[in-house]
Ligand binder design. Structure first.
Ligand code: HEM
Length: 165
């Protein structure tokens, strides 16, 4: 089984950078869309972002599965850093999904795109007014996204490298 380890490390790292490459479109969208006022451009950015979500989910799953396989081979389920990393990544994933319902999926609805809330698909509705969309855009702060999606994974990376407990 130990012979599998280099392959798992390789696939775990490969899926991590595939994940961030795929999610880059959503991250760029989150920064840029706040200053947008044109509905067509807002729709374009939202569509580009959602077109990458399939790869994002797939690579996140691959990253999680390869990560979970390694403690079985190394027999290190008694290490705190392993459990702390898993719990933190689950928190990141759940928090992201909840945040998305209220922010970007709601924005899709406001600009007349098909949208999904709570896993249920809804058809496009007539677009909201310019001022409603601008009010919603002003509420799209990215500080929480950066803490949840970047600072917490950075802590997980630190745990994996330094294995402090
Ligand atoms: C390891 C880190 C991250 C994980 C695991 C993660 C996970 C996710 C997941 C699962 C979704 C989909 C939610 C859904 O469809 O309901 C999502 C969407 C999103 N994430 Fe992340 N994310 C991470 C990092 C980031 C960062 C750093 C940012 C921006 C600073 C970000 C911005 C977004 C945005 C804007 C969406 C909405 C995309 C859309 O609906 O088009 N994420 N993320």
């Amino acid at each position: 089984m130990l012979a599998l380890l280099p392959w798992l490390v390789f696939l775990h790292t490969l899926s991590a950078f595939t994940f961030f490459l795929a999610h880059g479109a959503s991250i760029a969208m989150a920064f840029k869309i706040r200053s947008e006022t044109n509905f067509d451009r807002i729709r374009g950015m939202l569509d580009l972002s959602s077109a990458t979500l399939g790869w994002m989910f797939f690579s996140f799953l691959a990253m999680g599965l390869t990560g979970i396989a390694m403690p079985f081979i190394l027999k290190i389920w008694n290490k705190g850093w392993v459990w702390a990393s898993i719990v933190l990544m689950v928190i990141v994933f759940i928090r992201m999904a909840f945040m998305n319902d209220k922010r970007y999926k709601h924005l899709r609805r406001l600009v007349g795109l098909p949208y999904m809330i709570g896993g249920k698909e809804f058809p496009p509705e007539p677009p909201a007014s310019q001022s409603d969309v601008e009010t919603h855009l002003k509420k799209l702060r990215i500080e929480e996204l950066v803490v949840v999606g970047y600072v917490i994974p950075m802590i997980v990376l630190w745990l994996m490298v330094f294995k402090p407990f």
